[in-house]
Design a binder for this molecule. Structure first.
Ligand code: GAP
Length: 466
């Protein structure tokens, strides 16, 4: 079972503290979201899983954390200043501002397509014009009119920070091809039509890895990384039946890509048309040698002058074995943290009826991702010895796993609350615990209970959590 629509997750998130509307007390800010006490833990656990899997478990990937704001020339040479735009149209009837490439076409067979306003259905739309998605800002006190180099952008992808550090990482880590550089961080896009909760926002977080290789290895590596990421999604609890591969058409490819395969997730299960139920979770692109070449110092002309002195570094690679110098190709798997989190939440969402006929929500998160691993609950909060024992247990468990203590309701309510936020285990301290030094451990998914000795509790939980 999974959530029937995104709205279910929006409600759960707001109710329990995963995600809140940003600037809510001032009326909100369209499609901006804040991550609450549970959301920050879940997002951190997803990032940890990705980082461990790529940087620690493999032997061919280094980490990086580059600046959000870079020299403007990075974005000039990457092609983003000229081409990172969406086709913008205005509806003359309802004034909606829309992305033309997301609109339905009224006359699909005609050579002169008429696009339909998604807001009011009108076909009375302006011609499209490119709208650059990069957020602009100014560095220091100068205005960008006086000094064009004072103009800066908030990065729209983390990838460029990796390319411009290619030589730094290569030379200091003494890597040989193939190897990768991984980075997690915020990116910003002034999206024309953000929406669908955290699916498309103007501020979001990416987990990107650039895998540098010999040109002839790139086609196979692209396939390998598609397969690897399908496995990673399975490991974080996303079911294969809710994933689908999509090969981008020539028209859809970004200016740098020779081939891109997207992994789609069933974000919109409520839609009748099965194809429309799926949308992009991540992309895996063959960026060729476009980026390393474009950021390299340009060669001298026939008279020995540099045609362009913007970059001071040549980002080519010297292969000791063949004594050849060339620009490596790059395979780039790029995932959004926020979309991964939405997919994880949707897939984990389950409802179960208890013996009183009440419907309960259970978030069947993989233990590795659960914001809280164990909740320690006293059965009687008016009995000081029980409270003291429960509080001590929580304290003892905390260094090894995220544990919470809760006594703010009856036991049924406390269990339900933990099920709803995906806590794999509840530990209950009762009157008997004071006599037999044992507690009841309740499993989130089966609701089965087991008596465990306090001295063995940490080991027992650690074993079951892993
Ligand atoms: N460096 C390549 C790149 O940025 P992309 O397909 O534009 O490729 C990669 O972005 C991933 O980042 C997407 O698959 C998606 O998960 C996430 N993403 C992109 N734009 C987003 C947005 N506006 N809001 C939330 N996530 C976004």
């Amino acid at each position: 079972m999974a959530a029937e629509n995104i709205e279910t997750i929006v409600n759960l998130s707001k109710r329990r503290g995963f995600v809140f509307p940003a600037s809510e007390i001032y009326g909100g800010l369209g499609s901006s979201w804040d991550y609450g006490q549970l959301g920050v833990e879940l997002a951190n656990n997803i990032k940890k899983s990705w980082w461990n899997w790529l940087v620690y478990e493999r032997d061919d990937i280094e980490g990086l954390d580059s600046s959000i704001i870079q020299n403007r020339l990075v974005w000039k040479y990457s092609g983003h200043e000229d081409t990172f735009s969406d086709p913008l149209v205005d509806c003359r009837d309802c004034n909606a501002r829309l992305r033309q490439d997301k609109l339905e076409v009224e006359n699909a067979d005609s050579d002169t397509p008429k696009y339909k306003c998604s807001n009011c259905g009108s076909i009375n739309l302006t011609d499209s014009r490119p709208f650059n998605l990069m957020f602009r800002t100014t560095l220091g006190a100068a205005s960008s009119d006086e000094d064009p180099m004072a103009l800066a952008y908030l990065r729209p992808e983390t990838a460029q920070g990796i390319f411009i550090n290619f030589a730094n990482v290569l030379n200091t880590s003494r890597r040989k091809l193939p190897f990768g550089i991984a980075q997690i961080g915020k990116s910003f896009r002034n999206e024309v039509t953000p929406g669908n909760f955290i699916f498309r926002t103007r501020e979001f977080e990416q987990m990107e890895m650039e895998y540098f290789c010999k040109p002839e290895e790139a086609p196979q590596l692209l396939e390998d990384w598609v397969a690897n990421f399908q496995k990673w999604f399975a490991s974080i609890g996303i079911s294969a039946e809710n994933l689908k591969l999509y090969e981008q058409t020539r028209e859809e490819l970004a200016h740098y890509a020779a081939r891109t395969i997207d992994i789609l997730y069933r974000f919109f299960p409520e839609r009748e048309d099965e194809e429309k139920q799926f949308d992009e979770l991540m992309g895996i692109a063959n960026r060729t040698d476009f980026d390393l070449k474009t950021h390299s110092k340009k060669p001298e002309d026939a008279e020995g002058k540099r045609l362009n002195s913007d970059s001071t570094e040549d980002l080519s690679y010297f292969d000791e074995a063949t004594k050849q110098r060339f620009y490596p190709y790059v395979i780039e798997p790029a995932v959004g943290v926020n979309r991964a989190m939405l997919a994880v939440l949707m897939d984990a969402y389950t409802e179960k009826t208890n013996d009183k006929g009440e419907t309960r929500v259970i978030l069947k998160l993989k233990p590795e991702l659960a914001p809280v691993k164990v909740a320690v609950l006293p059965l009687a909060k008016n009995k000081p010895e029980i409270v003291e024992m429960a509080r001590k247990l929580k304290k003892d468990l905390q260094p090894a796993m995220r544990a919470v203590y809760d006594d703010t309701g009856g036991i049924g309510k406390l269990y339900a609350r933990q099920d709803e936020i995906g806590t794999p285990f509840c530990v209950t301290v009762d009157h008997e615990s004071l006599e037999d030094e044992a507690v009841t451990v309740r499993d989130r998914d089966t609701w089965e209970q087991e008596r465990v000795k306090v001295g063995e509790l940490k080991d027992y939980l650690q074993k079951r959590l892993s």
